[in-house]
Design a protein around this ligand. Sequence first.
Ligand code: PGA
Length: 246
Amino acid sequence: MLKPFIAANWKMNKTVGETEEFIQSFIPMIEGITDADILIAPPYTSLGAAFRLLQTTNIKLAGQNVHYEEKGAFTGEISPAMLLAEGCSDVIIGHSERRQYFSETDEIVNKKVKTARKNSLEVILCIGESLQEREGDKTFEVLDRQLTGSLKDMQMAGISIAYEPIWAIGTGKTATPGQANEAHAFIRGWLKKNKDGAERVRILYGGSVTPENIEILMAQPEVNGALVGGASLKPDSFAKIVKGSI
Ligand code: PGA
């Protein structure tokens, strides 16, 4: 069995002070837990403060996005070296909100994955279909296209996949455990067919994960972890999700 991987995606939430408050309460809640990998992706502005509190723990720190160039005239963007310097080991790439609101295509996502890996950042690559695509029976077609485009010329070492059906993100509408497992099994099959080391890749589910549904989701054979938005903003709720994943 792959070690569960539970990641918090805070999106555009929490100031530095709120980040410190969260982490100070969260650390004692998960003390002694070694059977799950835990990661927090705060906003860029909180990375430094988060790292200072997390560096003596085994909680990983991640950026929510990264640019595909190493440096230069890209106002408002952040490079892999900047994330590394702030203490990040990981980065989330291709989140549906980036794809939807910031026009990130599979080609851009692929460039980001390449630059991140070249700089030794581990990657959580997000993919997932919209409601319209699911209802039009296009889920597997969309996943195939996103995997093919985003992972072009890449090997899987240092990359996890987050399957996040867009219709389940922030809506309170979770995919059923069966729907999640079916999509994860498709992703695993795709990886086996196209990449080496497919059985070692952790596939996380994301979309309205809560302390109430984590156990049933993790009971699915192909679900190896979770990418959690809303329910990761409160220390006790995120700690319950971590505990429920083991
Ligand atoms: P949610 O977000 O848990 O609030 O649905 C998940 C995500 O977007 O990663």
